[in-house]
Design a protein around this ligand. Structure first.
Ligand code: GAP
Length: 510
């Protein structure tokens, strides 16, 4: 089994064993691509939300937050273009009866060619050692150049087919590339068909002629339809932003890879309303701001890369993905989109209401342009636990699994542990616990040996363990153990809140 698959399986197993993520309705064998967050998962998720909300809303005086309903008027989705254009091109293999996204089959094929390039680079690196010049190699080596040309030709055709909705040609492309079904191995494909990703349901009693409504596939539309309300009641001046965190639903056909692609998931989105003509400046600004946010969590730079979209969503005129190196490779974590005035104009036309901004300084009215930042909360969760999962061999020969979750996001900030369950140590430890628990999520534990308790805290990513021992009763000191270094310091009990406050502060990255 490939290493990354192995690692992914271990992360998924760890997430279940330690109460981070469970499959939905597991006692009924689960529901595909739907997951529940457990006792530590829900804490971590809430901390990620809080970290995002503070960075976007609290630290920006011109950004406010809302919480709009999941159900919206069905005409919203007509105006937004989702009814017409929120589709995936699907293809079935006639032998295995498995269904695939046609564009992803082609993308996987291109990724395989890319792997051949990587192999050539690795081989050459080994051969040439320190003298190897990778830049020169990939721009001159004939085999690498041939692979790169192949990728470019395939990609250009894929983008053209998707843009022109030329699904006959997309099928031809799959056949010409001789792409086989990963399950049956056959190349016996159906036609490519469009499939709308929105879930629909009925509102009201069917007898009374119920309305068909949709579960929102993005939270953004709840912001657009409230643009006027917020601008007027908040007396907002352009440029300004509206942020929201909430559930979104997509009937993903190819739903796999754990919480990477779910049918019910959560988004953290911000729409920034700007003067027409300034949108590319703001697009650059938000791209940089969002990259800084990720880096502020101490995740190494090489785990991220920016990817510019060739094929734009129906509402965008420029788009970048911030990609993260997940166990299955670099994949989209967050999207930064320049959405022009597409959405507000569409709602203005569909609703018949004037949705404009009156600029007091220039005395003109316009439909604002929008720059959007959109990150999947669940994907951010996956990025954090992927990055955190560490297997370590210790000096004494033992092994530990430690979740090196950034302390500010850790589900439990501190564990309070009496060394033994007697001699007045539990009572003293309870005092400390009671003093800390109103400010921090803490965990009290007196069962098991201290070593086992430390390991358990490592496994859920608790950054600090405070141990009360016999010396505590003599001089009012405790030991504080740091998760990653396992270093222990002896400190005064009075100093604990100050130390936690200092070490759990958000880091600002410029
Ligand atoms: N409002 C813009 C929008 O929805 P998107 O690229 O379709 O754009 C934004 O989605 C983010 O939402 C993605 O970068 C990803 O993190 C997350 N996301 C999208 N579909 C998802 C799914 N099926 N499961 C989990 N997260 C998803």
């Amino acid at each position: 089994m490939a290493n990354h698959e192995d690692l992914f399986k271990k992360i998924i197993a760890h997430a279940k064993e330690y109460g981070f993520i469970f499959q939905s309705s597991e006692i009924y064998d689960g529901l595909s691509a739907v997951y529940d967050y457990g006792q530590y998962g829900s804490e971590l998720k809430a901390n990620i939300m809080d970290y995002w909300w503070k960075a976007m809303v609290q630290y920006h005086e011109n950004i406010v937050g809302i919480d709009s309903a999941i159900f919206m008027h069905p005409r919203v989705w007509k105006a937004s273009g989702h009814l017409e254009a929120f589709n995936d091109p699907l293809i079935d293999n006639k032998d295995s009866k498995k269904r695939y996204r046609a564009d992803q089959l082609v993308e996987d094929h291109m990724a395989k060619i890319e792997q051949k390039v990587d192999k050539e680079v690795k081989k050459a690196k080994k051969r040439f050692g320190d003298e190897f010049d990778e830049e020169q190699f990939v721009t001159t080596h004939p085999r690498v150049l041939k692979y790169k040309e192949q990728i470019e030709t395939i990609n250009n055709r894929l983008v053209k087919d998707l843009e022109n909705e030329d699904f006959d040609d997309l099928k031809k492309l799959i056949e010409e590339l001789e792409i086989a079904c990963p399950v049956s191995g056959s190349k016996n494909w159906t036609e490519v068909r469009q499939f709308n990703l929105m879930f629909s349901t009925q509102m009201g009693s069917v007898n009374e002629g119920a309305n068909q409504i949709y579960l929102r596939p993005e939270t953004a539309q709840g912001i657009f339809v409230n643009y006027l309300n917020v601008q007027k009641t908040g007396r907002m001046k352009i440029p300004f932003g509206i942020a929201q965190i909430g559930k979104a639903f997509r009937n993903e056909i190819v739903a796999r890879q754990f919480i990477f692609r779910m049918r019910e998931f959560e988004q953290m989105e911000m729409q920034y309303f700007v003067k027409p003509g300034t949108e590319m400046e703001w697009f650059e600004f938000w791209k940089n701001e969002r990259v800084k946010w990720h880096k502020s969590l101490g995740i190494p730079d090489d785990k991220f890369r920016l990817h510019e979209h060739d094929k734009l969503a129906h509402y965008a005129n420029a788009a970048y993905d911030i990609e993260f190196n997940f166990p299955m490779g670099f994949k989209e974590l967050e999207g930064i989109h320049s959405r022009t005035n597409f959405d507000l104009s569409a709602h203005q036309n569909e609703s018949g209401r004037k949705i404009q901004y009156y600029d007091n300084d220039t005395q003109d009215s316009y439909v604002p342009y929008v720059v959007e930042t959109s990150i999947g909360l669940d994907r951010m969760f996956l990025a954090i636990i992927t990055q955190a999962y560490t297997e370590e061999k210790l000096e004494d020969g033992s092994e530990r699994v430690v979740m090196k979750i950034p302390p500010i996001l850790a589900p439990i900030k501190a564990a309070v542990l009496p060394l033994v369950k007697k001699d007045g140590l539990p009572e003293k430890a309870r005092e400390i616990m009671d003093n800390l628990k109103y400010d921090y999520m803490c965990h009290y534990e007196e069962k098991d040996t201290i070593g086992r308790r430390y390991r358990r805290m490592d496994a859920i990513g608790t950054p600090y363990s405070i141990t009360v021992d016999h010396q505590t009763l003599e001089d009012n000191t405790v030991t504080i153990r740091e998760r990653d270094s396992m270093k222990q310091d002896r400190i005064d009990i009075e100093k604990i809140p100050e130390i936690l406050r200092d070490r759990l502060k958000p880091v600002k990255v410029d």
